[in-house]
Write a protein that binds this ligand. Structure first.
Ligand code: LRH
Ligand code: MN
Length: 431
């Protein structure tokens, strides 16, 4: 069944036709430069075509902060419209075939219908995300925690929600559950730090016991926010210990924005790979806190250094290496579709640049403690303009050579502004 196409394929073909000649010239030039380095461009382009990252369903709407959210006309009002927008990102960018849903934000009555709807656009569902950081009317409050709350009834409610997310994920064809909890404290002394983690493990054991065969559970750590003094799952070390306590199908998810600004994230990635507990990523960028900015928009070298570890592990065949790639961003001042397309390309760029690192030269320099040559070997890769490889991979996969230009020319957002009438109320909050 050919997937439905929210953007007129003729518009993509017409637009590509205008750019093809220049792309061919740039591609040939890159091929020559890489060939001199013993790198086969066709092999690199084939790798890009296989690269995929999941779109966060909550990322296609405008994001906000605690101060305000500035919605845009034509943004999605429900999960079906979110999937339409995800289909645009996939049709033009060809790097995002899956969507990571969040519950209860994406709750519907018929998950079979939702599965079908996504499938009609050629989209599949990635890890499901539970939400025990917001209260629902008539339910027990998570003000003082969820899976670690001192009140067993609140923990039961949070466990039941995660079991429900697993059941929904099973109906949607997902194969993983991401558990991020904001549990923690705002005052020294407010929380018994050890007991809180004990309650976490007790609750997670029930959730992990319900994880279907072939599934994984991802523990997502975060340094702070909403808790501002202590967070129960604050860092990779706590996440790693819990994963090893809870079972072989429990792994650690690294959200790049969940670390203190000076943290060496690529070393955390190397450690989690070394001990077979790297479950996946929530990619984004940040300057200060959990800013959820567009991937690669502030510190593209950071993303490159993470992919340098990932490609090295892939090439050496690290045991159990199967990280799930997902974006997790909040688009407060840009069109979410444009930001997500650009962010997927930023990941492809880091993946390609990490794939052209001269690994032999790097190892030789490392073994001989030639620090300058070792660092230069990485710099040589990140200084390479690899856009022609990414564009060619996209074109060959049926996408747009310039996705943002085609998206704007399609006037998709303007069309949706009239098709999706809504109150553009600027209430605060991340979604
Ligand atoms: C927490 C987080 C988590 C999601 C939420 C939307 O900061 O990164 O992954 O549940 O954002
Ligand atoms: Mn996240």
């Amino acid at each position: 069944m050919t997937p439905r196409t929210p953007i007129d394929p003729d518009l993509i073909a017409k637009h590509n036709a205008r750019l093809e000649k220049d792309l061919a010239a740039d591609y040939a030039h890159l091929g020559e430069v890489l060939a001199r380095r013993g790198v086969d461009l066709e092999a690199i382009t084939a790798r890009v075509q296989k690269f995929a990252v999941a779109i966060p369903s909550w990322g296609v709407g405008s994001g906000g902060t605690r101060f305000a959210r500035f919605p845009i006309a034509g943004e999605p009002r429900n999960v079906f419209e979110k999937l339409e927008d995800c289909a645009v990102i996939q049709q033009l960018g060809r790097a995002t075939p899956t969507v990571s849903p969040h519950f209860p934000w994406d709750r519907v009555d018929d998950y079979g219908e939702l599965h079908e709807f996504a499938n009609s656009y050629g989209l599949k569902f990635d890890a499901v995300n539970s939400n025990t950081f917001e209260d629902l009317p008539g339910r027990l409050s998570y003000k003082f925690g969820s899976l670690t709350h001192t009140d067993k009834a609140v923990r039961r409610q949070a466990i039941a929600h995660n079991l429900e997310c697993i059941e929904i994920g099973r109906q949607l064809g997902s194969r993983a559950l991401t558990v991020w909890i904001g549990d923690g404290s705002n005052f020294p002394g407010q929380l018994n730090l050890a007991k809180a983690l004990e309650r976490y493990l007790e609750s997670m054991r029930e959730i992990v016991a319900a994880i279907p065969d072939g599934w994984r559970a991802f523990i997502e750590h975060k340094l702070y926010e909403p808790a501002l003094y202590s967070t129960v799952i604050a860092d990779w070390g706590t996440s790693f210990i819990c994963a090893t306590q809870l079972g072989a199908n429990v792994q650690c998810l690294v959200d790049l924005g969940h670390h203190a600004p000076t943290t060496n994230i690529e070393q955390i990635v190397a450690r989690l790979i070394q001990f077979g507990r790297l479950g996946g990523f929530h990619f984004n960028d940040s300057k200060y806190g959990d800013d959820d900015l567009d991937t690669g928009s502030v510190n593209p070298f950071q993303i490159f250094l993470v992919f340098n570890e990932l490609v090295e592990a892939e090439l050496r065949g690290a045991p159990g290496f199967a990280p799930a790639y997902m974006l997790d961003q909040s688009h407060n001042v840009t069109d979410p579709i444009e930001s997500l397309m650009e962010s997927a390309v930023a990941l492809q760029r880091a993946y390609v640049q990490a794939s052209i690192v001269d690994r032999k030269a790097l190892e030789a320099a490392q073994e001989s403690n030639d620090a300058l040559l070792a660092n230069r070997t990485l710099q040589n890769a990140i200084r390479m303009d690899v856009e022609p490889a990414i564009k060619m991979a996209r074109k060959r996969a049926g996408g747009a050579i310039d996705p943002v230009a085609v998206f704007r020319e399609s006037r998709y957002r303007q069309c949706k502004a009239s098709a999706r009438p809504q109150e553009l109320t600027g209430k605060s909050g991340i979604v």
